[in-house]
Design a binder for this molecule. Structure first.
Ligand code: UDX
Length: 435
């Protein structure tokens, strides 16, 4: 395998994972960020992202002299990279369209500094056509631009990077795409070499499919509730079909996080712009919005015994606030979306999350008082509502919880708990799609 000199621009969870993992594959990597404090901390080996294995890889890379951190993209380019990865944020802008201003400003900054024959790689999720637009902005016949989307899940980003299901690289120049694909040669993953628009579309098409799978399973769980069927048995029976698979079939309070909501909205926008109404994705998003409301209706019925009962001044304990287990990320968290609806309905909310401290601040956390102990959160609650699938909730002392709540009701929106354990402890357990 060729060892390459690589620059990575942006040290968020995608950039830092990319830099640290490429260094672990033997490449010589310099990562740049605009935040001077962050650069200083990373240089000292301090990683503030909760991502298993990442801090160790960063420390190993620094110790081996294969990984370093600098302030600003221009300084990274001094390193004479053969390949430069763009891993900067592409937030959702007005109307759900990705905001590319950071990508554009980096391109502007490095345009005249990039070494001859360097390949620029877009790893951020960007609208179809961005690689070609970047080529225009760069206006350098000797510098190729390729798209190489990431498929990393938060909480297992290092594992996903080093054990990819596939590598996708697309660009106008085949040799540049091959050079980028070769960076991953050691991983032995199937590789799709294509043009840039196709590579860019793979990311949206994959994430929208995952979101659609979840909206579908949440709707089937609703049907199970109405028909007296058991969603776990239904998804198990479906999942043995190799064309469907068992993964990503767990019903919940709706999907969220930093990717699926952003990418589904962007897909609708990019289809609209191409004069195609992508109804399936619109329905996927609508189903997700309704799912959150359905969780509120479940809680309302459980607590008041009526479909139109009032939740005003009812105290609820929310277990789990992050968008999924294994992360401290609250971005687009379905748990917080459900919390906001419960608050609108008048409920008083105390939350507990293993990844959060009472002093955690987040704009969407304003409707919830955060406790640093689940038993304290549950004190005098009229129901416990499980919103994130933290495995440790299973091993709580549910008898002790039953003693401290006002009503021993648990609405388990993740079907996480063993219903028999909850019932033995004296709780009425209410799941999703469970008779
Ligand atoms: C996702 C994609 O999986 C990843 O490939 C892409 O690069 C980024 O977006 P991530 O946002 O880390 O990764 O979260 P993911 O694990 O996919 O979960 C997304 C949401 O779906 C979470 O809210 C999660 O709780 C929910 N989910 C997931 C379910 O409700 N049920 C499931 O079976 C799986």
């Amino acid at each position: 395998m060729f060892v390459r000199r690589i620059a990575v621009i942006g040290t968020g969870y995608v950039g830092l994972t990319t830099g640290a993992c490429l260094a672990s594959l033997g490449h010589d990597v310099v990562c740049a960020d605009v935040d001077a404090d962050k650069v200083k901390r990373l240089t000292a080996g301090e990683v503030d992202i909760l991502e298993p294995g990442l801090a160790d890889l960063v420390a190993e890379g620094i110790a081996a002299g294969r990984l370093s951190f600098v302030l600003g993209a221009a300084n990274a380019v001094q390193h004479a990279p053969e390949v430069m990865f763009l891993c900067v944020p592409t937030p959702m802008g007005v109307g759900g369209v990705a905001d590319l201003s950071i990508v554009e400003s980096v391109v502007e900054e490095v345009r005249e500094l990039l070494p001859v024959d360097c390949v620029v790689v877009n790893k951020s999720t960007v609208p179809v056509g961005t690689a070609e637009r970047t080529e225009e902005l760069l206006d350098r016949a000797d510098v190729a631009v390729v798209s190489n989307p990431e498929f990393l899940r938060e909480g297992s980003a290092v594992y996903d990077f080093l054990n990819p299901d596939r590598i996708v690289v697309g660009g106008r120049q085949q040799d540049a795409a091959e050079r980028v694909a070769a960076l991953y040669a050691k991983l032995g993953a199937p590789t799709v070499l294509t043009d840039a628009p196709s590579a860019e579309l793979v990311k949206y098409a994959a994430n929208c499919f995952l979101a659609m799978k979840l909206s579908y399973v949440n709707a089937v769980a609703e049907l199970c509730d109405r028909l007296g069927a058991n969603i776990s048995d239904v998804t198990e029976g479906m999942g043995y079909d190799k064309r469907i698979g068992q993964a990503f079939l767990q019903p919940g309070p709706g999907w969220g996080g930093s990717c699926l909501p952003k990418d589904t909205s962007a897909m609708v926008q990019l289809a609209d712009a191409a004069d195609f109404e992508f109804r399936l994705i619109r329905a996927t998003i609508d189903t997700n919005t309704r799912q959150r409301q359905r969780m509120v209706e479940k809680v309302r019925l459980a607590v008041t015994g009526k479909r139109n009962g009032s939740l005003s001044r009812r105290k609820l304990a929310l277990f789990g606030l992050t968008f999924k287990a294994g992360t401290d990320d609250l971005r687009d968290s379905p748990a917080l979306a459900v919390a906001a609806l419960l608050r609108q309905a008048g409920a008083d909310l105390v939350g507990y999350d293993p990844a959060l401290k009472p002093e955690t601040r987040h704009p969407d956390l304003s409707s919830v008082t955060v406790a640093d102990d689940p038993y304290e959160a549950a004190k005098d609650a009229e129901a416990v509502v499980v919103l994130t699938e933290w495995p440790e909730f299973r091993s709580l002392d549910w008898s002790r919880l039953a003693d401290s709540v006002r009503n021993p009701i648990v609405v388990d929106t993740r079907n996480l708990l063993d219903p028999a354990v909850a019932r033995r402890a004296g709780f009425q357990w209410i799941g999703l799609g469970k008779p």
